[in-house]
Ligand binder design. Structure first.
Ligand SMILES: [Zn+2]
Length: 449
């Protein structure tokens, strides 16, 4: 889509270069990523360019910014430079499970649900959105224990269930209080970007309390009151069909996550894409990957992608059950291997999710915005990918994150792109400290903490 806008790129680059010059006069850049292939769909940029950072902000994106203008220069030639990626389906914290989850009196003996937010940095992800691990009753605890300590930016969908996901109350409709949900979102509008509903009444018979749409309806009631999207995790049943969900219940801007899970009729029996998918898209319904441990099947994904249906945003649904095998880079690699062009993959992990959560200031390399940057390598070879039905898809392309910058700081650089070769380190590096409080033997003085 944005290929057609390439003539605008040259003009934009000139404007950006001029603003970059002003920044340089003000005392030089702190960081310069030199020679990489920049893909920034929000600004229609796609080509070899340099990215300069001053403090915590993007200062300039332009061709040939002189190395002499920066304190730290990182050669990223041969690599892709993109806005820091956004994963809108991630799980952090305990998810409502009590902290004493080993104790007899604990309401749930399930493991804590979430994983460390900063693990996301390993894939070039700089913003994660917790997908309803906590609800109105448990959000403040999650904020204090996890969100406030993360280096990655953490936003959240608030579970319509007050107790959240792992506290054993997901089937209790009385726990789904739209008013309480609304009050909590009004209290933390800077963190909470939407409402989540999930896992509701998937197998038992309906009864007076458990009506088919209770969870979706209550999530919608809360979300509409504060004008945020609902993220829906859903299980269709005869009295609660997928068509009714995406064509009637969901509002424009609402997000159906887990779109390639086994339970959705996204393909007709003859293998053709179900027309309800495009019909829902025309209504403004958003489709998200939310890969997870049980929500991604190649038998749905590959035929849909071949027929041109690519989800609007790619997300992981990372949690305790899948973090050893899954990552954002893995999800992106699967779509690359299915033939989705890299620029489309980057669009679905930057500008698209930013818009979906009403945060257009994220997912872009625009000068003046917070400097969240991913440096990615596209590798070619023989790779195997797996889905949640334990099927394999072979591919010949793989995306690997090489460096992650969050708010101007290099927080992930496992191969030392930004580091000095050890034999060329400054003398201090070769010293043997005497005391615990001696000056650390660092190779250079670049601030990394
Ligand atoms: Zn999830």
């Amino acid at each position: 889509m944005w290929h057609g806008m390439k003539p605008a790129i040259a003009q934009l680059a000139i404007i950006v270069a001029l603003s970059g010059g002003l920044w340089a006069q003000a005392g030089g850049y702190d960081l310069l990523l030199k020679g990489g292939h920049v893909i920034d769909p929000a600004n229609h940029l796609d080509g070899i360019m340099d990215v300069a950072v001053s403090g915590n902000q993007i200062a300039a994106v332009a061709k040939n910014i002189p190395s002499s203008q920066a304190k730290k220069v990182v050669d990223v030639s041969g690599l892709y430079v993109t806005p820091g990626l956004i994963d809108i389906h991630y799980h952090i914290g305990h998810g409502g499970a009590p902290l004493n989850w080993f104790a007899q009196e604990a309401r749930s003996h399930d493991e804590p649900l979430g994983i460390l937010p900063d693990l996301a940095l390993q894939s070039g992800v700089t913003t994660i959105v917790d997908a309803g691990s906590s609800g109105a009753e448990t959000f403040v605890q999650e904020k204090q224990e996890v969100i406030d300590h993360a280096k990655v930016r953490v936003l959240a969908f608030l579970n319509i269930v007050g107790n959240g996901m792992q506290g054993g109350l997901e089937q209790t409709v009385d726990e789904m209080d739209p008013k309480r949900c609304e009050a909590m979102i009004r209290k933390y509008p800077d963190i909470i970007v939407g409402v989540k509903t999930a896992h509701y009444w998937t197998e038992k018979a309906w009864d007076a309390e458990h009506t088919p749409w209770a969870a979706v309806d209550r999530a919608e009631e809360c979300a509409q009151a504060v004008n945020v999207p609902v993220m829906v995790d859903f299980w269709p049943r005869p009295q609660r069909t997928y068509a009714d969900l995406i064509l009637k219940k969901m509002r424009p801007g609402d997000i159906h996550t887990h779109v390639f899970a086994q339970q959705f009729p996204i393909l007709l029996p003859d293998g053709k894409l179900n027309p309800i998918m495009e019909e829902a898209r025309k209504r403004g319904v958003i489709f998200d990957v939310g890969h997870g441990a049980g929500s991604f099947w190649f038998r749905n994904a590959v035929p849909a992608v071949r027929q041109g249906f690519i989800p609007d945003s790619f997300s992981t649904d990372l949690h305790i059950e899948n973090f050893t095998i899954l990552s954002m880079a893995n999800v992106m690699s699967k779509f690359l291997s299915m033939g989705v062009p890299l620029e489309d993959v980057i669009q679905r992990t930057t500008v698209n999710p930013a818009r979906e959560i009403h945060r257009p200031e994220l997912g872009t390399l625009s000068p003046g915005k917070e400097a969240d940057i991913a440096v990615l390598e596209e590798q070619h070879g023989k790779f195997g990918y797996i889905d949640c039905g334990y099927a394999r898809m072979d591919g010949n392309v793989k995306l690997v994150a090489r460096m992650t910058v969050r708010a101007g700081r290099i927080l992930y650089d496992p191969s030392g792109l930004s580091m000095t070769e050890w034999e060329k380190a400054r003398p201090q590096y070769f010293s043997t400290p005497t005391f615990g409080n001696s000056t650390p033997a660092m190779a250079d003085d670049y601030p990394r903490k």
